[in-house]
Write a protein that binds this ligand. Structure first.
Ligand code: CMC
Length: 422
């Protein structure tokens, strides 16, 4: 069987044959047929907008790999900083490379005092931490004039380092402002996750339980990248204009803020709290199925038509965390929801399974994070994924400024009366 596809324009009889490589064929075939012909594909359901060598995702089989490594192995055997290096550089670091990378990240954790005293302190007292975070990431770029020099490899590396290193500081800064606590400076003797936990909670002397430190690191690894999702697409589209990476990351973070994307873990906790007890689960499921109530948050995925492999790891990690914190009382409702949904034809026939957000909120809540911080906890590690895609975009000779076309359905010139004749 030939690995080609032939498209015929029935209006003209013209045919174009193009290769199918890895299940993809170039849309230039359509241009060859007729340059004024476009493909209508809202939400990019059937469109590969780029080539990428970063993350592999097989939604039917429930497989996720970063640079070829299965997510299960990375979550079991690596640290977030190793995974960040892997995503950015294509290979896991050698011990020497890791030592340099760790030391560089550690030396870039501090943020200019004006960011806190003038910028973050200027928010309204009840500002949402994720709203603050989105704006703060964009504002951070204004402190580095070299951020605009995106043609310069050394400058790009510097901005990547700054963004990766400063995200925990920025995240804790937004949180502590939102609850009226004084800022805690980074402690560069601590690991990446321990430093973040310390900046979040330190009130007097804060002892970090190593199990919670490891759980935080695993959650960071699981959220580090997920190929061309809404936030990463925002990063690429905005980055394609060659704006600085802080502005692109802010756009990606804004996309993540939405309840259908990174905001879903927050919505899961609200949903579980509203359900209130396992006796109410069947009625809630019926309401979801009727389409009258909300969706079952934390279920379903555009790409996974199978159990999300990240959800399996998050569920295991939840039990490790509950050993330290005690069980989250919402866990039983979540388990019951999963059991009922996975045996119901509505969810089975639509291939709706738990996604990464279904259990992550339960862990965050048990660790003491307020619900409003959940999306920030997603954005913090995802920053490295956004930056890996940004680097790849800039190096890709096929890429130009993103500029999709539209199917115009508004009035034509012939349909309206000229203004002067009205
Ligand atoms: N609960 C109930 N029904 C659902 C759900 C759900 N969570 N998700 C999809 N459906 C139904 C939907 O109503 C539709 O049914 P029908 O064919 O009868 O009209 C069918 O399944 C297909 O849904 P869709 O909206 O066309 O699917 P999509 O690929 O556009 O949506 C999604 C993907 C994640 C937005 C959606 O599943 C959803 O809204 N889930 C809840 C929110 C959520 O958990 N989001 C986190 C996503 S994972 C983290 C991330 O990547 O950000």
């Amino acid at each position: 069987m030939p690995d080609t596809i032939t498209i015929t324009d029935d209006r003209t009889g013209k045919k174009v044959t193009v290769p199918i490589i890895d299940g993809v064929f170039p849309a230039t075939a359509v241009r060859e047929l007729d340059p004024s012909l476009y493909v209508y594909d809202p939400a990019f359901m059937q469109t590969a907008a780029c080539k990428s060598a970063i993350t592999y995702l097989d939604g039917e089989a429930g497989i996720l790999r970063y640079r070829g490594y299965p997510i299960e192995q990375l979550a079991a055997k690596s640290t977030y900083l190793e995974v960040a290096y892997l995503l950015l550089n294509g290979q896991l670091p050698t011990p020497d490379q890791l030592a340099i990378w760790k030391s560089e990240v550690t030396r870039h954790t501090f943020i200019h005092e004006n960011m806190r005293k003038r910028f973050v302190d200027g928010f309204h007292y009840d500002a949402h931490p994720m709203g603050m975070f989105v704006s703060a990431v964009a504002a951070l770029g204004t402190f580095y004039n070299d951020a605009k020099e995106i043609e310069d490899a050394a400058s790009r590396d510097k901005q990547i380092l700054r963004l990766v290193a400063k995200m925990p500081t920025l995240a804790s800064m937004c949180y502590r402002f939102s609850v009226g606590l004084p800022f805690v400076y980074p402690d560069n003797d601590l690991s990446f996750p321990a430093n973040f936990l310390n900046m979040m909670w330190k009130i007097g002397e804060y002892d970090i339980d190593p199990r919670l430190e490891r759980a935080m690191d695993v959650l960071f690894i699981l959220h580090a990248d997920h190929e061309q999702n809404c936030g990463t697409t925002a990063m690429r589209v905005v980055g394609s204009s060659h704006v600085d990476p802080y502005s692109s990351c802010a756009a990606a973070a804004a996309a993540l803020y939405g309840p259908l994307h990174g905001g879903a873990n927050e919505a899961v906790i609200r949903m579980l709290t509203e359900i209130g007890s396992i006796e109410h689960v069947p009625a809630f499921i019926e309401e979801v199925k009727s389409g009258k109530g909300s969706r079952l948050m934390g279920f379903g995925h555009r790409v996974y038509k199978h159990y999300d492999p990240r959800a399996t790891i998050v569920k295991q990690t939840a039990y490790d965390v509950f050993e330290v914190t005690g069980k989250n009382p919402l866990l039983d409702i979540a388990l019951k929801l999963e059991e009922v949904a996975l045996s119901d034809d509505y969810f089975i026939s639509r291939k709706l399974y738990p996604n990464v957000d279904f259990y992550s909120g339960l862990i965050y809540q048990a660790m003491g994070f307020p619900v409003a911080m959940f999306t920030v906890l997603f954005a913090l590690p995802r920053t490295v994924g956004w930056l890996a895609h940004w680097q790849e975009l800039l190096a890709d000779p096929d890429q130009k400024i993103s500029r999709p076309r539209q199917w115009y359905v508004g009035p034509q010139a012939r349909d309206y009366v000229p203004i002067d004749a009205r």
